[in-house]
Design a protein around this ligand. Structure first.
Ligand code: ADP
Ligand code: MG
Length: 252
């Protein structure tokens, strides 16, 4: 069974077919990349998996079960975390607070037990802290731990955005353009982290990325899209050499 199955999914925005009968599966333990020119439908696929939109046709399954009956706030609880192409953090909170809030929003348990602050909740709190501290260490964010997001350089905010998703301890991590706007050195760090997220943490990664060097260096498989449609699926090498993919890039 695949971890994630996108099964013949279509989504239209008015007259635009943003995603047009797209099918692909992401296997547990792999890094899978979506590539394609702007407007290809890549972020829309993330938004469909996040349940921000209902597909007009098709099904999306996670661990073999359709997630179409789920609401977006339930998705993280299933084990799917994401980053946003435009970083979405609390600007006037610290790095630590952002990572903790990321977890708290998705935690089990209810408001009353939190108010009563039972031993169970205290145990949970410790678990949240240790998961977040682990992420801070993993992403080398110690120097920024208590710093406000608003004052941080773009490259660091980008890393915090990834940390916010990792802190949820997902089975599947969706990264929307993790290297966009980053320097060559920062992109290299992202490549190392993605490798470790896969190998050390055992998290499956689905990413959207324009930097083909990064895509080739970390991805097991790549799906190329253009105008909402599948162009090619295969290894990074196969996809980069596909005539339809080359044409789509030249055409833009
Ligand atoms: P990509 O991430 O591959 O650059 P998107 O998934 O953002 O592309 O967009 C795919 C197509 O859907 C584009 O034509 C875009 O203009 C359109 N689109 C995306 N989101 C919306 C929306 N919320 N409303 C209307 N059109 C949208
Ligand atoms: Mg996009």
């Amino acid at each position: 069974m695949s971890l994630l199955e996108i099964d013949n999914v279509t989504l239209r925005f008015g007259g635009v077919v943003a995603v047009n009968q797209v099918s692909f599966s992401v296997e547990e333990g792999e890094v899978f990349a979506l590539v394609g020119p702007n407007g290809a439908g890549k972020s829309t696929i993330f938004n469909l998996i996040s349940r921000f939109y209902d597909p007009a046709e098709g099904d999306i399954r996670f661990e073999g079960k359709s997630i179409l009956s789920r609401q977006s706030h339930e998705i993280a609880g299933l084990g799917i975390a994401r980053t946003f192409q435009n970083i979405e953090l609390f600007e006037h909170a610290t790095v630590l607070q952002n990572l903790l809030v990321g977890r708290h929003r998705h935690r089990q348990g209810n408001f009353m037990t939190e108010l009563l602050f039972t031993p169970f909740v205290r145990g949970e709190e410790r678990r949240h802290r240790s998961a977040v501290e682990h992420v801070i260490e993993f992403l080398d964010l110690q120097p920024y731990r208590e710093k406000m997001i608003a004052g941080l350089p773009y490259g660091v905010r980008k890393v915090v955005e990834m940390g916010r998703a990792l802190a949820i301890e997902p089975k599947l991590l969706l990264l929307d353009e993790p290297a966009s706007g980053l320097s060559v050195e920062e992109t290299q760090d992202v490549a190392f982290w993605i490798e470790d997220i896969k190998k050390q943490m055992g998290i499956t990664v689905l990413m959207v990325e324009h930097d083909m060097h990064l895509v080739s260096s970390v991805s097991d498989r790549v799906l190329a899209l253009a105008d909402g449609k599948t162009l090619a699926l295969g290894t990074p090498q196969e996809v980069q050499n596909d005539p339809k993919v080359i044409e789509a890039y030249i055409g833009t």
